[in-house]
Design a protein around this ligand. Structure first.
Ligand SMILES: Cc1cc2nc3c(=O)[nH]c(=O)nc-3n(C[C@H](O)[C@H](O)[C@H](O)COP(=O)(O)O)c2cc1C
Length: 239
């Protein structure tokens, strides 16, 4: 694949085959991503790479947190309050999710993208159960054999977030160039404790995002190509 082809063919993959990713390929992808630029070359990030049994265990722990927290959401208020004190399923993310607080233009794009995904899957807008099941798949990494958790050092403020984003794009493009697929997953930032259980994450590092990685499965969900904005929406006109 030439570079343009890699850029154009990368799409978020939400169904992975169980074909394992060899350690050699995984190392190649990680080493290529390390070529990324970063602010003053500070490289203020760390990755927790889950494979094999660790990946499976993390998937099942995150999924049970998701189901448990969904149950809590459905409880009447008094029980919800009790659960908030007693349950360990409440989000323990380092960065609060911004659900429901999107500025209108971004909310519109977000909804259109979500609806397009459900349409590809044949899930009706009102089918809350099917949508929930699709959402739940985030937590088992859509079946990917590798889950990567991205941490940053908050001492580097916004530059750390930029640098982590660039690192993630390098991981995604490198993987694509080798016939693998990826999905960046903000959803994997909702619960941090399961990752701490399996990895010695330095306490001063914050979890920002996850990334599923593996070989794409032949599945209609992977055919979804959400619309991108036009150049005129990207570019700021001169005065
Ligand atoms: C920071 C970030 C977080 C994301 N979080 C999720 C997620 O939690 N679950 C998911 O299915 N997709 C997630 N995505 C994928 C986006 O939905 C996807 O990139 C977008 O719809 C554009 O589609 P494309 O990647 O196929 O071009 C995320 C992407 C980014 C960059």
């Amino acid at each position: 694949m030439d570079f343009t082809e890699v850029l154009k063919s990368r799409r978020s993959i939400r169904a992975f085959s169980d074909k394992p990713v060899s350690q050699a390929i995984l190392d190649e992808i990680l080493l290529e991503a390390l070529e990324s630029p970063s602010s003053s070359n500070t490289q203020p990030y760390k990755l927790a790479v889950a494979t094999g049994d660790v990946c499976k265990q993390l998937g099942s722990e995150l999924l049970s947190k998701y189901h448990e927290s969904n149950k809590i959401q459905k409880q009447p208020l008094p029980l919800k309050i009790i659960s908030a004190i007693t349950s360990d399923a409440l989000p323990d993310s380092d960065y609060k999710p911004m659900l429901g607080k999107y500025p209108p233009v971004f909310q519109e794009r977000r909804v259109a993208t979500g609806m397009g995904l459900y349409e590809t899957l044949g899930i009706a807008r009102k089918d809350k159960k099917a949508r929930d099941e699709q959402m739940a798949q985030n937590f088992t990494f859509f079946g990917a054999p590798v889950a990567i958790f991205v941490f940053i050092h908050p001492g580097m403020q916004h530059t750390a977030l930029l640098d982590a984003g660039i690192l993630m794009q390098s991981l995604m493009l490198s993987a694509t160039s080798k016939g693998l697929g990826t999905c960046a997953q903000g959803a994997l930032g909702i619960w941090r404790s399961p990752i701490d259980k399996h990895f010695n994450v330095p306490k001063d590092y914050k979890l920002v995002c996850g990334l599923a990685l593996g070989y794409p499965e032949d599945n209609k969900v992977n055919s979804y190509k959400p619309k991108k904005i036009d150049l005129n929406e990207l570019l700021i006109p001169t005065k």
